[in-house]
Structures are given as C-alpha cells and as structure tokens.
Design a protein around this ligand. Sequence first.
Ligand code: MD6
Ligand code: FE
Length: 207
Amino acid sequence: MPEIAPGAIHYPGFLDAAAQEALAREIADVIAQAPLFVSRMPKSGLPMSVRMTNCGPLGWMSDKDKGYRYEPRHPETGAPWPPIPQMLLDVWDALTGYPKPPEACLVNVYAEDAKMGLHQDRDEADFDAPILSLSLGADCRFRFGGRKRSDKTIAVTLSSGDALVFGGPARLCFHGVDKILPSMLTPLPAPLAGLGARVNLTLRRVT
Ligand code: MD6
Ligand code: FE
C-alpha cells in the first residue's frame, strides 16, 4: 500500500461497493440520531463549509467562544453521541492494530463547493494512536504536508472507499481538502444520497 509520507498510508478502494453501501447505511443512522450541525471557527465565529456530526463517547466540534474541542454530547440536541458502528471498530482493528478502540468518530459532510483548510489534528491528548480516515462519494484533492505549516505539500486524490491511516511521524502533519473534484462525482451511496457530495469519517483516540 502506498505510503504517501512516513506514517501516512493510503489504502485505495479499501471498502468495496457493498461495504461502502453498508457503511453509508450506518452513517445515515448516526445522522438520524445526531443531526448534522455547523461548527464555527474560534474567535472569528465564521462557519466552516463542512457540516458535521459524530459517533462514539466523544465528538469533535468548534464554536466561536470555546473553540476546538471534544464534547460528550451533541451541541444542539444535548444527547450523547450514538455509538461507533461495529464495522468501523473492525476496520480500526484491521488497519491500525492499536490496542484500544477509537473514542471519537467525526463525520464530515462536504457539499460540492466545501473544502477544509490546512490543519493539524492536535486537539487530542494522545498522539500515540493513529487517526483512521475513510471516504465515501466524490473524489477530493487531499493536501498533505509536514509538521510546519510552511513545509512543502503533496496532493493525493481520495476516492470513495479509500482509507488513510495517519500515525507515527505523520500524526501531526498538516493536511486539508483543497476541493471536491467535480469531474469525478461518484455519488454518495444511496442511504446518504442528497446530503452532499462527499463524506469523510475520522476515527481517533482522544484521551
Ligand atoms: C477529509 N480529513 O478527508 C479531512 N484528519 O475530509 C482530515 O482532516 C484528516 O483524513 C486526520 C487524519 C486523516 C484525515
Ligand atoms: Fe484532520
């Protein structure tokens, strides 16, 4: 499997069409219990272009006043996040081999014009565990750099069914989503159709 950088391993097509459909059904269920919401940038309060929700004991969110953080409850319904579907726990075990289960699964839903700026995932207390990312729907141009924002970056296409594991030396590398690739609009699997163009899941240890 191509290592796009030390510690960052890309598994193109890791989920076949049937597994993508099954995952889409699980995620549609999560969204039914924990509706998509919009996080806001710390300080500026500007809305992010992706809509999000979570499953697992903790969920990632951000708002103007308290910024980036993990919370045990949905910011609008006040309910605990639904559990992480078993098939995701199985993929975590298979691809990370990490001895403890993920505590958070962030679900990001991209409209055709949504993107995600270059960032590090550093709101977790545990950087020993890798992050596992799974993508559904349209291709995107994913950007991957180094530990400093100014380090040189490379572009990788992430497609429906792809997995990406970020661990070890890659764990704190800057990354983002430049754009959804409209020439490659693989529709989201049926259970998620209509919600957007692309869905990305990231599973993490937090504590
Ligand atoms: C995305 N992914 O693919 C955004 N973060 O939509 C991430 O921000 C990400 O893919 C940490 C590790 C893997 C990722
Ligand atoms: Fe990230």
